[in-house]
Write a protein that binds this ligand. Structure first.
Ligand code: SF4
Length: 260
């Protein structure tokens, strides 16, 4: 079965790459580098039937990453962008939106053109981003209908999660850009007991609420796809506690707790 046409209804991507090589050069004219696609999902863009395009590449190394195969970029993406577009053309009328995810989609200079091509097919466009490229995010915000903004921790806790020094500034700048843009959003945090104490989650949520975030999701860590044995071995059953969830619910117009 072709990976491109696999009738997967799950949210996880179809991954085609072996351990990828680092790309030696990047140009603004080559097509989007796609590492996988989910042809149909009801969970990646709230309220919409969507396909998810997983863009290759991410400069961060979160221990809980569910898509570590997408962290590196190959010389050529495993899926040709033209093939992805052909699939999306065939699905017009069956789905109503396309979500660009990753990896980190804003890493790819071809993202704005790819979004325009998808919009030309009549689809709504969603974007999943962790916000490490604020200037590129600012460029694409006017082109998208909804943003899933991954906010990983308080400023103080950021580097522990991403394993990259200085990562907080870009992410929090991006968070402010999303809010200033007026684009519909969901901010979301993947929480793990070893990385996020309940008090840190509350502090993070209070900061987001004060900034103007209206929709927030707390996603309890799932081991699916995660390569970190230590993180995988920690139980999350009663984490982060009912009292905290009650507090979080009161901070946002819409709050969602997601568990596996
Ligand atoms: S930012 Fe996302 S894609 Fe990148 S390493 Fe972290 S979890 Fe994985």
């Amino acid at each position: 079965m072709s990976a491109l046409t696999s009738p997967s209804a799950a949210a996880s991507p179809i991954l085609l790459a072996e351990e990828p090589r680092i790309c030696s050069s990047e140009t603004g004219t080559r097509p989007l580098k796609v590492g996988g696609i989910t042809p149909f999902t009801t969970t990646d863009y709230p309220g919409r039937l969507a396909a998810v395009v997983f863009v290759q590449g991410c400069p961060w190394r979160c221990g809980y990453c569910h898509n570590p195969h997408l962290q590196s970029r190959t010389e050529d993406g495993p899926l040709a962008w033209e093939s992805v577009l052909a699939l999306l053309r065939r699905r017009v009328g069956l789905i109503d939106a396309v979500v660009f995810s990753g990896g980190e989609p804003t890493i790819d200079p071809a993202l704005p053109d790819a979004i325009r091509e998808v919009r030309a097919l009549g689809y709504g466009v969603g974007l999943h981003t962790a916000g490490m490229y604020p200037r590129r995010l600012e460029e694409v915000l006017p082109l998208v209908d909804w943003v899933g903004m991954d906010i990983k921790a308080t400023r103080q806790g950021y580097d522990t999660v991403t394993q990259v020094a200085g990562s907080a500034r870009a992410a929090w700048d991006s968070a402010a850009l999303v809010l200033a843009s007026g684009v519909a959003h969901e901010f979301r945090t993947t929480a793990h007991p070893a990385l996020h104490a309940p008090a840190d989650i509350l502090a993070l949520a209070q900061t987001l609420s004060a900034m103007g975030v209206r929709h927030y999701a707390l996603q309890i860590f799932r081991s699916v796809g995660c390569l970190d044995g230590e993180l995988n071995s920690v139980a999350t059953t009663s984490y982060p506690g009912a009292d905290l969830i009650t507090h979080l619910s009161a901070l946002f117009e819409r709050f969602v707790l997601r568990r596996a």
